[in-house]
Design a protein around this ligand. Structure first.
Ligand code: A3P
Length: 344
């Protein structure tokens, strides 16, 4: 079935009935409790399909836009909090941050995801995108190749964060088992094996891990003004250097005075998992009906996967990493040879 076409200038224009018809015609799979549909090469969770279509059809990028791209569970909320603070720091209570919006809003409410929030008509957020002051900050999980044309052709900037696939998977595993609807599910080794298999063969939201990473990485190499490629592990290891790079890339470099005044350290501290976890707003409440705020802040460590994955599972991830290596990709901050770290 062909892509649904817009009928008018509104962002959300496909009726629920049309989306249901479309779903019936698409290959489908399950991702934990959610149906997932293969739409134009993308595995879209049921609740994202409508938003994906509307986003691709309608979004008009501005040259000043900043877009955070990532696969789920690779540090999106962390990067949202860092980016938001860097870009808005001048207006935030003379840099002491006590009145920071993080006290009342989860980072996902401050930097909206296109396909799940901006173009989700069930949220009725009545956003007028043209009225948002620049630079507008948005986020997306969509692969580079599926982004709307205007993002690629305008001068807007893309920040991509990637995380080693082992920890990404373990984070996914914990996150999706937290859904209320998952309460009846008793996760066991067989189930984990099934999802490792899906993840490592690319039957997981949005496109195969290695393709997602590679395309953004290639763009960052070919067009460094356009895309900045960051690693979760690098941010953990050298946060200050990363924040400086990020601030420069988005056109808000730190002044000498700010550097001397410890502004960078304050932002690192404010956006740390410990600090975000302790915010009342992140202890309760939901960012959109299905996501509890606290689910976004678990351990935030590098290497937690060694507590979960078996050597057989690790083999599957290693094969995936092999494909990345063959394509010339290498993590700067993550040791690609996992064998030494695998549990017995
Ligand atoms: P873990 O489940 O391994 O702890 P996303 O935001 O893309 O959904 O990613 C979620 C992962 O990022 C979770 O990993 C979460 O704990 C971690 N995370 C959230 N905030 C973080 C922060 N400020 N610093 C480091 N990691 C963070």
């Amino acid at each position: 079935m062909a892509a649904l076409e817009p009928k008018n200038s509104k962002a959300q224009d496909n009726t629920e009935g049309e989306i249901k018809e479309l779903q019936k015609s698409l290959p489908n799979e399950t991702w934990f409790v959610w149906p997932m549909y293969l739409y134009q090469g993308l595995w879209c969770l049921k609740y994202t399909l409508e938003g994906v279509i509307a986003f691709r059809t309608h979004f008009q990028a501005h040259d000043s836009d900043i877009i955070l791209a990532s696969l789920p569970k690779t540090g999106t909320a962390w990067l949202k909090s860092v980016l938001y603070t860097i870009v808005n720091r001048k207006g935030l209570s003379s840099n002491n941050f006590s009145q920071h919006p993080f006290n009342s809003k989860n980072p996902h409410e401050l930097v909206l995801n296109f396909e799940m929030q901006v173009y989700n008509n069930k949220l009725e957020n009545h956003l007028n995108l043209t009225e948002i002051p620049s630079p507008r900050l948005f986020a997306s999980h969509m692969p580079y190749s599926s982004l709307p044309h205007s993002i690629k052709t305008s001068k807007c900037r893309i920040v991509y964060v990637c995380r080693n696939p082992f920890d990404t998977f373990v984070s996914i595993w914990h996150f999706y088992l937290r859904f209320e609807a998952s309460e009846g599910i008793k996760p066991d080794m067989e189930m984990m094996e099934k999802y490792v298999d899906k993840f490592c063969t690319g039957v997981s939201p949005w496109e195969p891990y290695e393709d997602h990473v590679l395309r953004y990485w290639k763009e960052s190499k070919q067009n460094p003004q356009k895309a900045l490629f960051l690693e979760y592990e690098g941010l953990k290891k050298e946060p200050k250097e990363h924040l400086k790079r990020l601030a420069e890339f988005v056109g808000c470099p730190f002044s000498e005075e700010e550097e001397k005044g410890n502004v960078i350290d304050e932002i690192i501290e404010l956006c740390s998992i410990k600090s975000l976890k302790e915010m009342e707003v992140n202890k309760s409440g939901k960012v959109v009906p299905r996501f509890e705020n606290k689910a976004f802040f678990r351990k935030g460590e590098v290497g937690d996967w060694t507590n979960y994955l078996t050597p057989t599972m690790v083999e599957q991830f290693d094969q995936m990493l092999e494909k990345l290596k063959m394509a010339g990709f290498c993590f700067e901050y993550y040791q690609m040879n996992s064998k030494d770290e695998a549990p017995n």
